[in-house]
Design a binder for this molecule. Structure first.
Ligand code: SAM
Ligand code: DTB
Ligand code: SF4
Length: 333
């Protein structure tokens, strides 16, 4: 068998989902959808394991972009504590604390439009190296990235790069005007070229239609390689941003998103991301049933609150979940 065909066969994943197929899955009777997702989840994953990531905002606020959801955009007046790039030691301290709580991946976020080849970037590479040396997966989310910058991060020991597509191609222009959907896809390609793993998903609750959510899943699931991690964020409506008055997204819409992502990207890790603070444990349990197998832990996301380690520990105890060890990517099994 030619190598390409053999590779495809081994992969077993589909990259040719149609919007009609995704729509049919997404709109199934809710419990049918959850049962299907749970069945696929059990086939491809250790269902008792949840990958636990922790965020550090290494550079907060003052961002020139206009992402309508984001408290870190300089043009909106929000209550965040702006700070310049942190010191490497401070990041390592946070990583040591997180590792002791079962966190296997540190995600370093910077409020940058794009990475620039300067001293700050060198410092981020030092952070990556130091945290990777501790035996943790390191993920960065630093905005747009060239191929050579992605390679530099890979050489420093980066494991994953987060760059969300955020919403559908059609809805994108209502949310962000300072860079295009294609810019995002291009960065994701540069990340792939450097052989890093990709973390890409989006946000629901920004006034999008069901079709937009399906459109976002369509883009993700038709990528040549599915993102290894797919974060599904429920909008955290922050006062001062254009999205400050958005109503909370209906919980069962979040379940539909997670379950559909699980079914069409069966090997990816689906992360129940921003928005957990507003959710009961039983609701989070339903998300895990529907195929979510990752969370952000620690009492802060980038700038907004999140459940603390102790609350998550009691949830894991009650639900019988354990944090997954580092470097156990499903796609590489
Ligand atoms: N500046 C970089 C970028 O935009 O790629 C990295 C940081 S940015 C804050 C990372 C992601 O966080 C965004 O793409 C978005 O999906 C998510 N995010 C930001 N603000 C959010 C909010 N208020 N609610 C939910 N998700 C949010
Ligand atoms: C992702 O999808 N969600 C995270 C992470 N990737 C970078 C960020 C959520 C941010 C929520 C708003 C805040 O705390 O500023
Ligand atoms: Fe800047 Fe990223 Fe926030 Fe957009 S999401 S305003 S690029 S920090």
């Amino acid at each position: 068998m030619p190598t390409v065909l053999a590779e495809k066969k081994k992969d077993q994943l589909r990259h040719d989902w149609t919007k009609e197929e995704i729509t049919a899955i997404y709109h199934q009777p809710l419990l049918e959808l959850v049962f299907d997702a749970a069945t696929i989840h059990k086939k491809y994953h250790k269902t008792g394991e949840v990958q636990v990531s922790s965020l550090v905002s290494v550079k907060t606020g003052g961002c020139p972009e206009d992402c309508a959801y984001c408290p870190q955009a300089a043009r909106y007046h929000t209550d965040i504590k702006v700070h310049k790039l942190m010191e490497v030691e401070e990041v390592v301290k946070k990583a040591i604390n997180a590792q002791a709580k079962g966190v296997s991946r540190m995600c370093l976020g910077a409020a940058w439009r794009e990475v620039r080849d300067n001293k700050d970037f060198d410092k981020v590479c030092q952070m990556v190296e130091a945290v990777n040396d501790m035996g943790m997966e390191v993920c960065c989310t630093l905005g747009m990235l060239t191929e050579s910058q992605a390679k530099k991060l890979a050489d420093a020991g980066l494991y994953a790069y987060n760059h969300n597509i955020d919403t559908s191609e059609e809805h994108y222009g209502d949310i962000i005007t300072t860079r295009t959907y294609d810019d995002r896809l291009n960065t994701i390609q540069n990340v792939r070229k450097a052989k890093l793993t990709v973390c890409s998903g989006g946000i629901i609750g920004m006034g999008e239609t069901h079709e937009d959510r399906i459109g976002m899943l369509f883009t993700l699931s038709n990528m040549e390689k599915h993102p290894e991690s797919v974060p599904v964020n429920a909008l955290v409506a922050v006062k001062g941003t254009p999205m400050g008055d958005q109503k909370k997204v209906p919980f069962y819409d979040l379940v539909r998103m997670i379950a559909t992502a699980r079914i069409i990207m069966p090997k990816s890790v689906v992360r129940l991301s921003a928005g957990r603070l507003d959710m009961a444990m039983s609701e989070q349990a339903m998300c895990f049933m529907a195929g979510a197998n990752s969370i952000f832990a620690g009492d802060k996301l980038l700038t907004t609150p999140n459940p603390g380690f102790n609350d998550d520990q009691s949830m894991f105890d009650i639900l019988g979940l354990t944090p997954r060890a580092a470097f156990q990517n499903e796609q590489e099994r």
